[in-house]
Design a protein around this ligand. Structure first.
Ligand SMILES: [Zn+2]
Ligand SMILES: [Zn+2]
Length: 328
């Protein structure tokens, strides 16, 4: 790891990082503020919802065609996914990592890795691009196709707005909760034993991260990551909810790995895409497996709050984990 522990951050959000309001308090004002922040129109969640809606309106397969698996409609989904991710991740990469437009909001000042044998083509960005546009988009498309096939054949239970508007809206709150809960547990399991050595270590080649690092992982991890949409085989929902869940990976991962605390917009506005909590995970590894909206890290004592004390607690945890490994 070398210099990792001694390299200070250039920018951070307000520290210490704290779990989401609903884990700390029953105060409705604080909980309301949390919801307003996470659902801000200038934030990733709203963006993913708009993308899901746009896909449903303009770029979803015809359900009559999706009754059986066929290259035609699946290839259309594949191309749409590649274009969508390429546009979002390239725009962020160009602005933040090539133009270097807002250095003051950058967490870690170290550059993307070049001439490092660790990465495919010895280059972090090329490695990340290949794994994202190659493996992630292919596997994400296969999972998405299973969803459309299940809706087309009445295997996945479908609801509509007219039938059940309250459940329709409630599902938009439930999807992010499910997504983070599923991610926390699978991600934590991927840190154990051979799953880490052979699979998840690919994602952790990225100590500092950029937009293309979000989906840079072993193909088996793509299979596990997108598998959370299997929920829709049993949960009554609309395809727009299913697409919203898909977007948590295809767009959520690139947006949460930009390495910057926000995207500065004209007129003094900020688009909130920073994920310092996960940036800490990339640097210190054995901490912050979930997110502020997941109870996992507090429950297993792996919460790194971004402060000096958090760093010491994580160092102690790492020593414990390696001692336990040696004892086995
Ligand atoms: Zn990890
Ligand atoms: Zn990551």
């Amino acid at each position: 790891m070398g210099d990792t522990a001694t390299t200070r951050w250039q920018a951070t959000p307000d520290l210490p990082l704290r779990p989401a309001a609903f884990y700390r308090t029953l105060n409705p004002v604080e909980i309301g503020m949390h919801l307003m922040r996470t659902w801000s129109p200038l934030g990733t969640r709203a963006f993913m919802l708009i993308a899901a809606w746009g896909i449903w309106e303009f770029a979803a397969p015809d359900l009559t065609r999706a009754q059986s698996f066929a290259v035609g409609w699946m290839a259309q989904i594949w191309i749409r996914n590649i274009v969508l991710v390429a546009v979002v991740a390239s725009a962020l990469h160009w602005w933040l990592w090539m133009r270097m437009a807002q250095q003051d909001l950058r967490y870690d000042t170290r550059p993307m890795g070049k001439n490092k044998r660790l990465f495919l083509f010895d280059d972090q960005v090329k490695d990340n691009l290949t794994l994202t546009l190659g493996s992630a988009m292919l596997i994400g498309t296969l999972w998405e196709s299973v969803g459309w096939w299940a809706y087309a054949n009445d295997i996945a239970p479908m609801i509509t707005w007219d039938e059940n508007p309250i459940w329709f809206v409630a599902l938009f709150l439930l999807v992010p909760a499910w997504s983070i809960a599923y991610f926390s547990v699978t991600h934590w399991l991927l840190h154990r034993g051979p799953a880490y050595t052979h699979v998840h270590s690919w994602h952790h080649k990225n100590v500092n991260v950029g937009p293309w690092s979000g989906l840079a992982m072993h193909p088996l991890e793509h299979v596990a990551l997108y598998a959370d949409v299997l929920l829709f085989l049993v949960l009554p929902a609309h395809p727009v909810h299913f697409l919203f869940a898909m977007m948590h990976h295809s767009l959520g991962a690139p947006m949460s790995h930009t390495g910057h605390d926000a995207l500065r917009l004209p007129g003094g506005f900020r688009f909130e895409l920073g994920d310092f909590f996960h940036q800490l995970h990339h640097r210190f590894i054995e901490c912050n497996y979930g997110g502020p909206e997941s109870p996992l890290d507090t429950a297993i004592n792996a919460w790194h709050d971004g402060t000096e004390e958090g760093e010491q607690a994580t160092a102690a945890r790492r020593r414990q984990l390696s001692a336990a490994k040696r004892a086995r």
